[in-house]
Ligand binder design. Structure first.
Ligand SMILES: [Zn+2]
Length: 275
């Protein structure tokens, strides 16, 4: 109980220091975050190391090259100079998933490639995941969860600059960051956060030179993959819905204008990965 009181006091003190209303990119929604971005970047970096430990990472070859290229273009569109961008392709053909941690730490599993189908498809999912980070969805949700003892303890561990995180705290933190599905705790972002990431992701992909209409098709392909092999992890945290695609169609003309100014000369819709 003492820990809880102390943590709450710490959080409130931090809150008082950084009371800031940040604006979400493109949608301009005002959000209130209790957690400083520098702290979130630290959480992202140490969590990334933990998540990649024991995974087989593909560092060479065409798929890794494409991931690096798309990552470079999307991160340039996201324009976050304080981010230390990293892109990893995890070799796991059964895992249909991708995620991004605060501070620009991104991972794609080889299992998601058939649903992406082409470079533009990858650019949308990359844009969507990056958007969760740049729109601070993780810290917004952690702010909402601060009443949970686990969250407080977990956060305190990080604030004490301790990089070893107890498994139970780790699950809470990962859940808050939206990568829960990969550690067995499914805690999806809210529908509002998902729609927001769709919109920002479309804008990033268009800015990076990829045709934004492909973003709507990715969801259909994700569902096809689901039909073949059960519900992929990505769909369990990112349920496809007509409302979502409708929202994307609404933003399409604005994204298209951006694309027309930046379109890449090569064919980014060429089929690279087969279902
Ligand atoms: Zn998402």
């Amino acid at each position: 109980m003492h820990t809880l009181v102390r943590s709450t006091a710490t959080i409130l003190a931090i809150g008082a220091l950084v009371v800031a209303c940040a604006k979400v990119p493109y949608t301009n929604r005002l959000q209130y975050n209790l957690i400083p971005n520098s702290l979130m970047r630290g959480i992202g970096a140490s969590t990334y190391t933990t998540m990649l430990a024991g995974e087989k990472i593909q560092r060479q070859g065409e798929d890794a090259d494409i991931l690096a290229r798309v990552g470079r273009r999307i991160s340039r569109a996201a324009a976050e100079p304080k981010y230390d961008w990293q892109f990893s392709m995890i070799v796991d053909d059964d895992m249909v998933n991708a995620w991004c941690l605060p501070g620009g730490k991104i991972a794609f599993y080889t299992g998601i490639l058939p649903a992406l189908k082409n470079e533009a498809g990858m650019a949308f999912v990359m844009g969507h995941e990056v958007a969760h980070a740049t729109a601070n969805h993780g810290s917004e949700r952690m702010s909402q969860q601060l009443t949970l003892l686990g969250g407080l303890v977990g956060l305190e561990v990080y604030m004490a600059n301790n990089t070893t995180v107890k498994p139970k705290d780790r699950a809470v933190i990962l859940g808050a960051l939206g990568v829960g599905a990969t550690v067995g705790v499914v805690l999806p972002f809210s529908r509002m956060h998902e729609s927001e990431a769709d919109v920002i992701g479309m804008m990033y992909m268009a800015e990076a030179g990829y045709p934004p209409a492909e973003s709507i098709k990715v969801w259909d392909r994700m569902e096809e993959v689901a039909g073949a092999s059960g519900l992929p992890a990505f769909l369990s945290t990112h349920p496809k819905s007509d409302a979502r695609q409708e929202n994307q169609r609404e933003w399409l003309p604005r994204a298209r204008k951006r694309y027309q100014r930046n379109a890449l000369e090569r064919d980014t819709l060429e089929e690279l990965w087969k279902m």
